[in-house]
Design a protein around this ligand. Structure first.
Ligand code: GRF
Length: 268
């Protein structure tokens, strides 16, 4: 915290319209927070300009060339010393258990190289919450464990362009539209070891009617994202988000567990 302002780090890959909504919300006092850095995995992300215009420190971690470089000359020396392949492989849940180990190894090692760089670039800017605003890279357990140091409250948030758990992946609005859904939406969630699987913080929905196209669906969705993300960040800033483990009977005498978010009253 900076006084009573929550320090927010933001990662982007693209236009940064969500970043802009967060900048504006901090400015207007809708979020009791301040953005302390904006990082990107691509140097030409238009959102970087929005950050610079607002005098927010920026940096780039060029994932593409880091991964290519590791592919060309894979060397144990490039992988961070504190990276443990077995641990990362057993924790991650983006890939099916029968995924070829060679592929998994390359994925986790090359990402750890990029993520170690990312952690280094973030280090000069202490933050309370890390917000993914259109950051198009999966974060692996190596990175997540080094950010989520307090086990009781995760601190990486993401916004996804669909009503999760429907349509995880990179094109939520497109997938929603092509499936013929009559309702679409967006979801803010904490990041866990899977792809778009973490505990849900908030969701907004909109109707899809006969006149809609992929483009109008995207516009309707983004408009809701710009409201929803600042609201969820403000709940975090107010200390109103708690995670709890729920156990449900799953038939056959088995039970299944899921960590969910509870929004508590102020000061509770
Ligand atoms: C948004 O639709 C967000 O849900 C998704 O990527 C898009 C980013 O848009 N994760 P922008 O860069 O914030 O304009």
């Amino acid at each position: 915290m900076m006084g009573n302002l929550t320090r927010i780090g933001v990662l982007i890959s693209g236009g940064g319209s969500n970043l802009q909504a967060i900048i504006d919300s901090c400015e207007k006092g809708i979020i009791d927070g301040q953005i302390v850095f904006v990082g990107s995995d691509v140097s030409d992300a238009a959102g970087l300009k929005r950050a610079r215009t607002n005098r927010i420190p920026t940096f780039v971690v060029d994932y593409k060339s880091i991964i290519q470089n590791y592919k060309n000359t894979p060397s144990r020396k490039m992988v961070p010393r504190d990276f443990n392949l077995q641990e990362a492989a057993s924790k991650q849940s983006f890939f099916k258990p029968d995924t070829e180990f060679k592929f998994l190894k390359f994925f986790l090692e090359s990402r750890a190289v990029a993520e170690a760089d990312l952690l280094d670039r973030m280090k000069p800017y202490p933050y309370d919450l890390l917000v993914l605003a259109g950051f198009m890279r999966n974060l692996t357990p190596y990175f997540i464990d080094r950010v989520n140091t307090n086990r009781s409250l995760p601190r990486i948030m993401n916004i996804h362009p669909a009503l999760l758990p429907a349509f995880p992946g990179i094109d939520g609005y497109g997938d929603t539209f092509r499936y013929g859904c009559k309702v679409g939406g967006c979801t803010v969630h904490f990041v866990d070891y899977g792809e778009d699987t973490g505990p849900i913080i908030g969701q907004r929905a909109f109707e899809i009617n006969e006149d809609d196209t992929i483009e109008t669906v995207r516009q309707k969705g983004l408009k809701l994202e710009w409201e929803l993300y600042p609201e969820c960040i403000q709940l975090y800033a107010q200390g109103r988000l708690k995670t709890v483990k729920m156990s449900f009977a799953a038939g056959g005498g088995k039970s299944s567990d899921r960590t969910v978010v509870r929004v508590v009253r102020k000061g509770q």
